[in-house]
Design a protein around this ligand. Structure first.
Ligand code: FE2
Ligand code: FE2
Length: 302
């Protein structure tokens, strides 16, 4: 809730309109995230009334506010259902035409009837959305687990081949971090939800480390920079999703912390790789990047 001036007994008033929404509902969260992404949302105030710490307007109950969509005007007036949507749309450029259309005779009445018809379907749609969300998270965590398994194996491959002391120290340090990532992802993903292709990810990871190690330290550093560039984007996409839709408590900070490590790995490897890699190394890095993307697609499914 982006709200100044909260008191213990009342929702904040300074914004011209306070949107009271059910943050425990995946459908509402998605819709509110859409509104919050609009530049005009800075002029709105959002209050998640499913959160027991969020104070309610006077003479209302949480059950009442959760049963229908509500907005509260700066003068304290409450509106709900279709009228509340219209009041919200009125304040959003690009959506205002909907509010204008709702002023046509009979349109608001029709919108309210449609909203009332939707309400009995809401629990079933919420259950479907929760199942979809749980499936999405399981698939993404499976791909993270496969990736971190592969990452540990990359450094095992490097250490099996490399003799350069600086490269070995780099690989040992990074491998310890990747093993820590793997443990953290494992804590979120039950064993029976993990990828069935783990032996393949271990082998692919080992080869991704061992093959460039045969060519020398620069090839390894460039490979790690390419892998970590992909991994950073992969985590970012999951972080963006959780920022928009929320998720189980603790998952977002875990992913953000892993991503910060991967960014550090990427930058350290890129600095060690130096500038202007040769044509063969560039081609290899491209294969590694494409292979990582393909592995994620497969690990989400299998
Ligand atoms: Fe990692
Ligand atoms: Fe990493």
């Amino acid at each position: 809730m982006n709200a100044p001036d909260t008191t213990a007994t009342d929702v904040p008033l300074p914004a011209p309109l306070t949107v009271l929404y059910d943050g425990a509902c995946p459908l509402c969260r998605r819709e509110i995230a859409l509104y919050q992404g609009l530049p005009a949302s800075a002029k709105l105030c959002f209050a998640d009334v499913s959160d027991s710490a969020v104070p309610l307007p006077p003479a209302t109950t949480r059950a009442q506010l959760l049963a229908r969509f509500h907005v509260r005007h700066a003068d304290g007036r409450l509106e709900s259902g279709a009228a509340a949507f219209v009041a919200l749309w009125q304040r959003l450029p690009g959506w205002r035409w909907l509010a204008v259309a709702a002023r046509l005779p009979g349109v608001l009445w029709l919108l309210e009837r449609a909203y009332r018809a939707f309400l009995p379907l809401r629990p079933a749609l919420q259950a479907w959305a929760r199942r979809w969300e749980a499936g999405y998270l399981a698939r993404e965590l499976r791909s993270d687990h496969a990736g971190e398994t592969g990452a540990v194996a990359i450094y095992a491959g490097v250490l099996a081949v490399a003799r350069d002391p600086a490269l070995r120290a780099f690989a040992q340090r990074h491998q310890a971090t990747e093993a820590d990532h793997l443990r953290r992802v494992e804590a979120w993903l039950p064993a029976d939800h993990r990828s069935r292709l783990l032996p393949a990810w271990r082998l692919a990871g080992w080869l991704t480390g061992a093959l460039p190690a045969l060519a020398g330290p620069r090839a390894v550093y460039a490979t790690i920079a390419a892998v970590e560039t992909f991994v950073d984007q992969h985590y970012q996409q999951q972080i963006d999703h959780l920022l928009a839709h929320a998720g189980p408590e603790g998952l977002l900070p875990m992913l953000q912390s892993c991503q910060a490590d991967e960014q550090h790995h990427r930058d350290e490897a890129a600095a060690s790789a130096g500038a202007s890699p040769g044509l063969a190394l560039r081609a290899w890095c491209r294969v590694v990047g494409t292979g990582s993307a393909a592995a994620v697609v497969a690990a989400r499914r299998f």
